[in-house]
Design a protein around this ligand. Sequence first.
Ligand code: OGA
Ligand code: MN
Length: 402
Amino acid sequence: MFGAVLHFNPNSARATYGRAMCLDRLAEVQSSNSKLEQAIMTYRQVIDLADEDPNLVPLPLLRLAAEKCIERMRFRGFLGKAIRVQQRLLQRFPDDLGLRNQMGVTFLLMNQAPAAKEVFQEVLQKWPNDGFAQVHYGFVLKTSYNNNSAGAEFLRRGIESGAEGTQDGRFYFHLGDALQRQGLENEAYEVYDNGVEKGLFLNRYQRSLYNVDRLTSRPVWTLEQTTHQEFFRKLEENWEIIRDEGVALLSESPADGYRPEAENLRDTGEWKQYELYSRGRKITANCVKAPKTCELVKYAAATGCKRGQIKFSVMMQGTHVWPHTGPTNCRLRAHLGLVVPEGLRLRVGQEQIRWQQGKVVVFDDSWEHEVWHEGASPRLILIVDVWHPDLSEEEWKTLSPI
Ligand code: OGA
Ligand code: MN
């Protein structure tokens, strides 16, 4: 029917908008990307109409169409297109705070930190007390510019504003982290406790953000508790074979297999990892150079763990890894000691773990953990993630990869 209206009145903004809504709904019902793309184009036609002749589109309708258009473009992954729509709209509504903030969010989704920073900076010049812009600006400063003090300050003010969009686990997570990295432990745990109260974290130490709620939670696990003990015993029995492959790869040239840890978790020192499996998929180029290890780790709960990895981890003396928390409670993390000098410590929650050559230790890395290497020579371990034993094989299939 909207089509019929448009046949006789091609410039009807309302009919165009109605047609876009129908396509949008059809896209959802049919899970159809092509319908979704038609819906996006049709929403954009409303904006085009307003550009041709502002009298054709009432302002509230223009806003509505633009919001839907941007939201659907983001959903489809058309981030560059979304930015262009947002820029066009800002020319028309330069004082629209929400629109400007949403453009900053799109830049964040595009991993364009400098552009996002600029947008939120501009917003805060004009609206210095806008909580939404504060948390996002603080987030960018902390995560992309390593500015813990200013980052924490903006995150704190934004969170305290209580404004819509500010009560997100990621903001509490990075505020606490920024405080911990400045040595402000008590303040950090206050933030974490507030996060627990808001239901954003499982507990003050367990701050993963992709969780299944009912899972048994403890920082350190015995091999028996994991139910995967037979697999871990097999790794222990073959530890020297695994060690030999891991060590040999250290002197490989070109030495491109071991990659520096890339999540900005190090305070001091050097820490590299050689990935064999990630998100339940084999890294073939690396596995061909560690064939025996890759054979030994074949075990559905490990190689099929879409929320984990299998990798060698080498850490040089003098390294300190900041307290940190993995992304999900759906995996348990096993460490097989391969080359373990004196002087190493791993804290998980309030417990301590010590590595031993040829021995597996298991912890839940969704709990805060911290590593110190105060020894005299490099340390090498094999990290093997396994599905949490409370998850069913049906859940292994349906949980999204991380
Ligand atoms: C981890 C971790 C430190 C290390 O496995 O999650 O932080 O020493 N490991 O490899
Ligand atoms: Mn870790």
